[in-house]
Write a new protein. Structure first.
Length: 288
């Protein structure tokens, strides 16, 4: 086995793991603030990919240049979904919440299939097309840019939560909703903000993926299951935990597929998920 091949495989796992982390950041934020599991989170990623694709196909705008537009669009979509649907079930039983977000997933997927058909689409020529040579092996430039972008956005979300008043209000709401309300924090605004930021994170991940990953209505299903594993491994509500866990899951998935065969990649990830549930259900950085 060539050492260069192993390094290249590790690099691929690291880069895709950073995308997993960015998707998981939005998911863990929504859960951390509201204790709602959002099954439709993968569809926000799908809408982000389609947003980038159509801006590219209709106006020849590269996905990297339209990242702010995609993020703004998904932020607005997340807030709208919260106000129209989620706000009505905040105090409902958990089963009702789960069925609601699962229904949203099916609805969004159906809308995408109706509007754009189940065809596979792609961004043919992005400004980041091609590859780069690192230590004697080749890595796709789109993957490198997507990984760097995921780090920057994750860092931005972390700094927003830890260095701004709105972020502090979100953290306070996540820690104790009733106490935050007594301090004058509008929990409804915080919930809407959490959904907006969560959807924007998924949308940005989708925009970054669109430069090298096929775009189709069910693409979110490829990432949401792994995102749940990442969130569980990192600890529900932990941004840093999601980043660390995303990288770990990406490397384990890619290396496991390389050593045992691609058909075992998902099985390895699910085995990791079960192991975490059994031995450390609170995750790496979650609270016991």
């Amino acid at each position: 086995m060539s050492f260069e091949i192993v390094l290249q495989t590790l690099a691929s796992g690291l880069l895709i793991g950073l995308i997993y982390a960015l998707v998981a950041v939005g998911l863990t934020m929504i859960f951390g603030v509201m204790d709602i599991v959002n099954f439709s989170h993968g569809e926000f990623l799908m809408f982000g990919m389609y947003s980038s694709f159509w801006l590219y196909a209709l106006y020849a705008l590269d996905p990297l240049f339209t990242l702010p537009l995609t993020a703004l669009f998904l932020f607005g979509l997340g807030v709208m979904v919260y106000k129209l649907v989620i706000s009505k079930i905040i105090n409902a039983p958990m089963v009702s919440q789960l069925f609601t977000t699962f229904g949203l997933m099916l609805l969004f997927r159906g809308i995408a299939q109706f509007l754009w058909k189940p065809d596979f689409r792609s961004v043919d020529k992005s400004v980041v097309s091609g590859g780069v040579s690192v230590a004697g092996f080749q890595i796709g430039l789109p993957q490198v840019v997507a990984g760097v972008g995921a780090i920057l956005v994750t860092a931005g979300v972390y700094l927003f939560l830890t260095r701004t008043k709105a972020g502090a209000a979100l953290e306070a709401t996540a820690a104790d909703k009733d106490a935050a309300r007594l301090m004058g924090i509008d929990s409804q605004k915080m919930f809407a903000l959490a959904w907006g930021i969560g959807a924007a994170c998924a949308g940005v991940a989708g925009a970054l993926l669109s430069t090298f990953f096929p775009i189709f209505p069910e693409v979110g299903a490829n990432f949401i299951l792994i995102a749940f594993v990442v969130v569980n491994l990192g600890g529900f509500g932990s941004i840093i935990g999601a980043l660390i866990a995303g990288v770990l899951v990406g490397v384990i998935e890619v290396m496991g597929g390389f050593l045992l065969g691609p058909q075992y990649k998902l099985a390895i990830v699910l085995a990791l998920f079960l192991a975490v549930l059994m031995f450390r259900p609170q995750g790496l950085l979650g609270k016991a």
